[in-house]
Write a protein of this length. Structure first.
Length: 151
């Protein structure tokens, strides 16, 4: 019988560790893809299981329409150019930074008002059964969040 040298003895161990690491990376990537893609009707998708609960409880089609509406609105309001200009100004003016921050806060409030109005409109259009189903989804999501936060 031939004796294994030091390098030959260690090679199967190195290959085994390498295989285990590759499988761990593959499992992590697969788990992330499974969690964050392929949204279902309960709102589990790109946002994971988080996000605004009132939107998450909406049926998938309604949720997508509302997000598209908010995305379109946000395109023009997410500019950070005023903040960058204020930060680079010499001499520095804190009022300019405060103004840039106030603009961002106001844009966020405007998006929130549009989202609230759109959600109210959708809820108003629901019949009694749809509203009851929506309330049940809200209750279910709330309970799931409470269970997760208590862990």
């Amino acid at each position: 019988m031939t004796r294994m040298t030091g390098k030959r003895r260690i090679m199967p161990i190195v290959l085994g560790i390498s295989l285990a690491l590759n499988l761990a990376v593959l499992a992590a990537a697969g788990g992330a893809a499974w969690r964050f893609y392929g949204a279902d009707d309960k709102g589990h998708g790109r946002m994971g299981k988080g996000g605004p609960i009132y939107m998450q409880a909406l049926p998938a089609g309604e949720r997508q329409r509302l997000r598209a509406q908010l995305r379109d609105m946000a395109r023009g309001t997410r500019s950070i150019a005023p903040m960058i200009d204020a930060l680079r100004a010499v001499p520095f003016h804190a009022d300019a930074v405060a103004s840039a921050l106030a603009q961002q806060v106001e844009a966020g409030r405007a998006r929130q008002a549009v989202a609230s109005a759109a959600l109210l409109e959708r809820i108003t259009q629901m019949d009694d059964a749809a509203r009851a189903a929506y309330a049940a989804r809200l209750e279910e999501i709330s309970a799931q969040r409470a269970a997760r936060s208590s862990r």
